[in-house]
Design a protein around this ligand. Sequence first.
Ligand SMILES: C[S@@+](CC[C@H](N)C(=O)[O-])C[C@H]1O[C@@H](n2cnc3c(N)ncnc32)[C@H](O)[C@@H]1O
Length: 299
Amino acid sequence: MRSAGCPRRSSGATRNERPEVDHPRGRRQTVLALDGGREHAELFYDVEAALFQNRDLTALELERVAALAEGLATPLRSPIADLACGPGRHGLELARRGHLVTGVDLSAPFLRIARAAADSGGVGGRQRLVCGDLRRLPCADGAFQSVLLLGNSFGYFSDREDLAILAEARRILRPGGLFCLEITRRGAYLAALEPYEEELVCGRRHPRLRCQWWRRWDPATRRVFTHERHSLPDSGELVYEGPYDMRLYGWGELQRMLRRTGFQRVIQAPFTPAADTLDGGLGETFGAMSEVRFVAARV
Ligand SMILES: C[S@@+](CC[C@H](N)C(=O)[O-])C[C@H]1O[C@@H](n2cnc3c(N)ncnc32)[C@H](O)[C@@H]1O
């Protein structure tokens, strides 16, 4: 967990260090520890501690999923697929509540973190973890009653591939099944977008880590291009540096995509994790997760 003594993310400094935040289309970027192996997974586990290590947030998100499921008269039921599960926080919580969960992620190191948490939490038997790509899920047709894609894990590919991801979610659901997506709210995100942000993170791996983000919104592609750098503040040693970009979908676009991929009913609810409801007030530092939209659809 990020220590309470860490400064909050601040903006507006060292613009002269700004790197180029364009990157060639077609080249896929790292999306949180995908290609960096174990060390990078642990690094991002620390950098994104507000997200990955916050049980209060996870419980609040699952409450939102349950409320939308009720709105669709399609309860959240097992077996559940937790797509892009990362270190597995949602699956862990669901398994604790008795559900049977299959977590799918492309990052083997994140899956190892998830496996260790499930085993030490005594729910290893209820949480399967599978290495696989969202665009070609290693799951049989109709294998799940509920499919979740949470934690702003959608929008990192081309529009065509993003559509394929929704079609894959639809394919692995049973008739009458529930799909739930948690995604950043474009309007809120753009209103708060800063071209430069930095934060000093106190992590498990590095007690002091300087994290920097340079961002640029491109209205033509509706993508935010980010260049991310992590270094040790005392020595200046570079720990990680790399780009990624994220498509920001509006509510209308999401509705059309979900209908096109065969979902029948689509509903949504906004969610802003209020700083005072979260452990240590970490809600302030959530970045793209500060104001999100839960979208639920029924097959
Ligand atoms: C923002 S994290 C969210 C993790 C988790 N859902 C949560 O909320 O804690 C995004 C996750 O997507 C995974 N990911 C990225 N591209 C993927 C792909 N093509 N297939 C499967 N997982 C992918 C990353 O490894 C990472 O764990």
